[in-house]
Design a protein around this ligand. Structure first.
Ligand code: F6P
Length: 364
């Protein structure tokens, strides 16, 4: 029997379980393969005793409809930069990648599939360069991986954000209010822009286009006559005022280096109030609901197709590559190419043009 090890790393996202199920099913149908999962990214295989589970038929049946990941995840398990506590209780990090590769080999694994975002795929590349038979499958609600047109989870996040936005529109209208809804996306405005167009926002603020509070205020004034009117704003968590700084806080957890973005909606509310906004303002920070729950059909299909491709790549010995979705086809790209750059919105993206033509203001 040959053995495949799966790991899910970084923030979770709807569709992870569909990838796990697809690989497990394809392997079972082909025969001669066992599929295992490492619990909490690579921490499971590093643990003593190891925390790994066999992903047999019973474990994966029907999981494609379930959010999250049945093998858990973490953003604190980078084997190349692993947090280690010193005797004096302070923390340092060390490169444990060689130990990880040895453990994977000791357990008899022939191939590894690392399902994760940009950070996880950088780990995949480092492990491949050290000789591991590894394949990457991209995931993130942020849709910010340059090598793939779409990542699974993104469309579900947009749907959740749009459903929430629709609810805010009716209450904004009833109360003649300005509603600011903050969505995720880190340094990219994909979720915000898609939601703003789908929902019909008046204003959309994204990291790629710095905004001016005065411009937003002008747009709000235009929508109000004698105190009556309403405005719905979508703001990406990474959006930034011109010459300003992003709103967030440093990560507190050991081993997690990400700045925790969040709070730009309240920052904007305060700035608008200070400058004399003509209406009451309410803010909604959607947060992790965007990452939870059932993946929509499109994401289940995309994730499943990516899982099937990953298994096919293992069979063909195509290691050191990441599965991609390009021009409506499932393909693959070298990991070294895949991690070269982030995918952010370009100012002449057709959706930015679409939004501008609809009269959506970016505050620029
Ligand atoms: O990358 C996915 C994402 O949901 C971002 O949109 C967000 O900034 C971040 O993860 C939140 O991370 P955490 O789950 O660690 O709070």
């Amino acid at each position: 029997m040959k053995k495949i090890l799966l790991a899910t790393g970084g923030g979770d996202c709807p569709g992870l379980n569909a990838v796990i199920r697809a690989i497990s099913k394809a392997a079972r149908r082909k025969g001669g393969w066992e599929v295992w999962g490492s619990i909490e990214a690579f921490n499971g295989i590093m643990a003593e005793p190891p925390e790994i589970v066999k992903l047999n038929r019973r474990r994966v049946a029907g999981i494609h409809v379930k959010g999250g990941t049945i093998i858990k995840t973490t953003n604190k398990g980078n084997p190349c930069d692993y947090p280690v506590q010193l005797p004096d209780d302070t923390w340092t990090t060390e490169d444990r990648s060689e130990i990880l590769i040895q453990k994977i080999s000791d357990h008899g694994f022939d191939a590894v599939v690392n399902i994760g975002g940009d950070g996880s795929q950088k780990i995949s590349l480092a492990l491949f360069q050290k000789g591991l038979n590894i394949i990457g499958v991209p995931k993130t609600i942020d849709n910010d991986l340059s090598a793939t047109d779409l990542t699974f989870g993104f469309s579900t996040a947009v749907q959740i954000a749009t459903d929430s936005f629709d609810k805010l529109v009716t209450t904004a209208e009833s109360h003649d209010r300005v509603m600011i809804m903050e969505v995720m996306g880190r340094d990219a405005g994909w979720i915000a822009l898609h939601t703003a167009i789908a929902g019909g926002a008046e204003i959309c603020l994204i990291p790629e286009i710095p905004y001016k509070v005065d411009n937003i205020l002008k747009r709000i004034h235009k929508r109000y006559r004698k105190g009556k009117g309403f405005v719905n704003i979508v703001v990406a968590e990474g959006a930034c005022e011109e010459h300003g700084t992003i709103v967030g806080e440093k990560a507190h957890d050991i081993g997690d280096k990400h700045i925790k973005l969040g709070g730009v909606a309240n920052y904007l509310r305060a700035a608008l109030e200070e400058k004399g906004c003509p209406a009451q303002i309410r803010t909604t920070i959607l947060g992790h609901v965007q990452r939870g729950g059932t993946p929509i059909a499109f994401d289940r299909i995309l994730a499943t197709a990516m899982g099937i491709k990953a298994f096919e790549m293992i069979e063909n010995g195509e290691f050191g590559k990441m599965v991609t979705y390009k021009n409506n086809q499932i393909e693959s790209v070298e990991l070294s190419e895949a991690v070269k750059s982030y995918k952010v919105l370009s100012k002449d993206d057709y959706l930015i043009k679409t939004a501008r033509s609809l009269g959506i203001s970016f505050g620029d």
